[in-house]
Design a protein around this ligand. Sequence first.
Ligand code: THU
Length: 137
Amino acid sequence: MTPEKLIELAKEAMTRSYSPYSGYKVGAALLCSDGSVYQGCNMENAAYSPSVCAERVAIFKAVYDGHRDFAAIAICGGKDGCITGTFPPCGVCRQVMREFCGTDFRIYMVGAGDSYQVMTLGELLPCSFSAGECMNA
Ligand code: THU
């Protein structure tokens, strides 16, 4: 799976976004270690707080299906689905990624045109609290 293909799947997922309140459409494509891919989009709610991000939809779909080993995720987003720059994952999504992913998990943040930026989870969530710390606490 090339980064370009994963990014294409994130862009496809973005079209499924339910975001009548913010107008920001977000898509994610999560690559499992066995090569399968799970897509997610953001889903908003009139009460606001029940809204959920694209990344967590993809992760929870995959975990429900029995996957816990992940290699990478591609994320894209923008107002009305127009990608003008990268859409970095929020702090809650970074923490949910850390539940199942190592610090070497790759995060492809899609930019305008064919551009993207890649960072590891360790870079985006340094000094993280994870299952290891919790179980040894
Ligand atoms: N959003 C995501 O889907 N992922 C993120 O990591 C950041 C924010 C969504 C939530 C909301 O529906 C919209 O983007 C604007 O914040």
